[in-house]
Design a protein around this ligand. Structure first.
Ligand SMILES: N[C@@H](CCC(=O)N[C@@H](CS)C(=O)NCC(=O)O)C(=O)O
Length: 213
């Protein structure tokens, strides 16, 4: 029985990121599918967010910290390059994904479809429509980012790719973002290739229902 536990429901983009990293490293782990703010999660994360991690007497929260820990503790290919400027680029991507991409594309736009919180359960058009004008810029930046090598940093898979791929996958499940993905040639090819990667394919959660206007 592996003593590494990744705690959080598998549909969460950040739980998926951690699982991709475990798979890349060949790190055996147990997935405990706990919801945000459940007792298992609250015991570790001060704000009740998923994922959290337990490994022997080490507990961690925040996907970035969990991925860094798994990368350093387990064998397998390094998921942050050794060269300082490339390692810094990985950090730069993770930071911009966490502070710009995820808040707009996931929390505001996608959750406006999948967890709208509207009285009738219909998509929250106000929230979605407010996100749309800024989204083109995000897609253009990401399309440029993967255009050169097919990876976010240098020519190898890194924690930055593990952080981006789940978000891109979910963006293909809502109409406007799917159209933007279809128009972003590099990003489209990148996602297709990443979805075929063993670590991604074997951790992909069951698909959410497609959402329409
Ligand atoms: N910065 C955190 C973000 C984690 C996060 O936002 N998780 C979501 C699920 S994808 C969550 O727990 N949401 C519930 C909430 O915010 O209350 C990380 O990288 O782990």
């Amino acid at each position: 029985m592996p003593d590494l536990e990744i705690i959080g429901i598998p549909q969460s983009n950040y739980v998926w990121t951690c699982r991709i990293v475990c798979a890349e490293k060949g790190a055996p782990y147990k997935l405990i599918p706990a919801a945000p703010h459940s007792p298992e999660v609250n015991a570790v994360h001060p704000f009740g967010k998923i994922p959290v991690m337990r490994h022997s007497d080490v507990t961690l929260y925040e996907s970035r910290a969990i991925c860094a820990y798994v990368d350093r503790v387990f064998d397998g290919p390094p998921l942050v390059p050794a060269m300082p400027h490339l390692a810094a680029q990985v950090e730069q991507w993770i930071s911009v994904i966490n502070t710009q991409i995820d808040p707009l594309l996931v929390r505001q736009y996608l959750l406006g479809y999948f967890f709208p919180g509207t009285p009738d359960g219909k998509p929250d058009r106000t929230r979605i429509d407010a996100a749309l004008p800024q989204m083109e810029k995000h897609f253009a930046m990401l399309d440029r980012g993967v255009g050169k090598t097919g990876f976010l940093v240098a020519s190898a898979f890194s924690i930055a790719d593990a952080t981006l791929v789940p978000i891109l996958y979910y963006l293909t499940k809502a109409p406007e973002s799917k159209a933007m993905m279809d128009n972003a040639r590099n990003l489209n090819a990148y996602l297709k290739k990443m979805m075929e990667r063993k670590s991604v394919a074997e951790t992909t959660p069951p698909p959410p229902p497609e959402r329409h206007n």
